[in-house]
Write a protein that binds this ligand. Sequence first.
Ligand code: PHE
Length: 337
Amino acid sequence: LREEARRSIAAADRSDQLKELRVKYLGKKGEITAILRGMKDIPPQDRPKVGSLANEIRGELERLIAEKEKELDERALEERLKREALDVTLPGDPRPLGSVHPLSAVIEQIEDIFIGMGFEVAEGPEVEWDEINFEALNIAQDHPARDMQDSFYITPRILLRTHTSGVQVRTLRSRKGEVPVRVIGPGKVYRRDEDDATHSHQFMQIEGLVVDSGVSMSELNGVLLAFARKMFGENQQIRLRPSYFPFTEPSAEVDISCIICGGRGCRTCKGTGWIEILGSGMVHPRVLEMAGYDSEKYTGFAFGMGVERIAMLKYGVDDIRHFYTNDLRFLRQYQSV
Ligand code: PHE
């Protein structure tokens, strides 16, 4: 019996066979168990010998089964590892990668430049109160922009914002007369324009606002010059031309010199040698007062630039519609920008 059991345990190569053998010899009705149970039929003088031999065999078989079990487990694990092995040197499946939209990339570059000069980024809603978009910016009731013809009105008092300048108002109101204020506000704006190569009914602006004691026009000039040089090359010049906005006084339109250095080296643009990139000016005292700032104590400047225009200049894009039609041949050119 002992020999037979040893042999069959050694021969077992699956765990279910081993289980069967355990039942066969050591189970409740197993052969060894039967011998131990049958002690009462054995003459008393033989019982110690038979008993200890049976126990010895039981112990040995238990040990053999346990060892075999371990061996089988290890073998199974090894086989599984072999089966599931990955060859990490195989070439992978290339996944097509998307990229940041050129307008988002330009906004990020502009934000970084102004953050470097101590500005914070603020945002306002695209659906805006007429009161914030116009009234609080000193834009009179009869101003042409307030015509249904020029703006997308949703209700008589609510419209799609026509510029990001409402962010000036929202920022000042939330700061409750505190200075210094240094924010830029990027976002989408909407105007009832016919779409063509240079116009889009929806486009993006970045607003800038600085309010503090003793802020002057020369600081506006300095900040914008620093911006222009970081954005378009260290040799950039800027030029301020007198202009008019109801919410700034004095107002200026700002041009950059027409040698533009961007992603693809430097280019000159056609025309007068200057090209306009933004509107700006000293915040109108009435705008400060309406937003709860003492205009005797504090002054400020503001500017608003068109993101598409800057992106077009920087990357030599000739049609604003490229930004919105999502032609992959266009977008892929900006994958590394
Ligand atoms: N909001 C003006 C525009 O849309 C630009 C501007 C911003 C001008 C801030 C002056 C100050 O054209």
